[in-house]
Design a protein around this ligand. Sequence first.
Ligand code: GSH
Length: 199
Amino acid sequence: MPHYKLTYFNLRGRAEISRYLFAYSGTKYEDHRIEAADWPKIKPTIPFGKIPILEVDGVIIHQSLAIARYLARESGLAGQTPVEQALADAIVDTIDDFMTLFPWAEKNQEVKQQAFNDILTNKAPELLKDLDAFLGDNKWLVGKSVTWADFYWDVCSTTLLSCKPDLADKYPRLLALRDRVQALPAIAAWIQKRPKTIM
Ligand code: GSH
C-alpha cells in the first residue's frame, strides 16, 4: 500500500471528493490541512502552485479531479465499463463546470454575494433539471452501483445547499441521491468525524 498524503486547506472544498474516496475504500492517508496564513510560503514549493495535491510515495499529483479519478480507479468507483467511466467523468466535469462559475476567491463580500445569488438563482436550475433528467429513477447516476460521480454530486451539493438551503427542493430524486450517498456506512462515519468547516 503506497503512502498517501493529501494536502489542502482546512476546508472540504476541492479535497473532499478525495477524502470521500479514501473513506469509502478504507485506505489510510495523511489528511494534511494547512493554515491559510502559511500558504504564501508553501505555495512556491508546490508544482503548479495550487492545492489540493496528493503525494503517492512522494510523487506529487496535482489537480483535484485527476487525484480523485485516480483514487476512484484504485477503489473501483470509476465506473464498471469504459463507457460508464466516460459517463462518470462527464457528470463530474458537468458539476465542476458549474462549481467553477463561482468567484470563490473574491475579496469584496458584496460583489461575491451578488455573484453567488445570481448563479444560484439563475444558473443552478438548468444544471439541476439536467442532472435530475440524467438520473431519472435510477439509484445511482451511472450504472448499477455507486461511482465517484455520485460522491461529487453529494460533496458539491452540500456546499451549494449551505449557500441556498431550498436550492434542490424541486428535485426530490437528487436529494434522495444525497441521502443514499450519505447513508453508505463509511461515508456516514467520515461525515460524522470530519472537521466541521464552512466550505
Ligand atoms: N483546477 C484546480 C483543481 O481542481 O485542483 C484548481 C486548484 C485551485 O485553484 N486551488 C485553490 C488554490 O490553490 C484552492 S481551491 N488557491 C490558492 C492559490 O491559487 O494561490
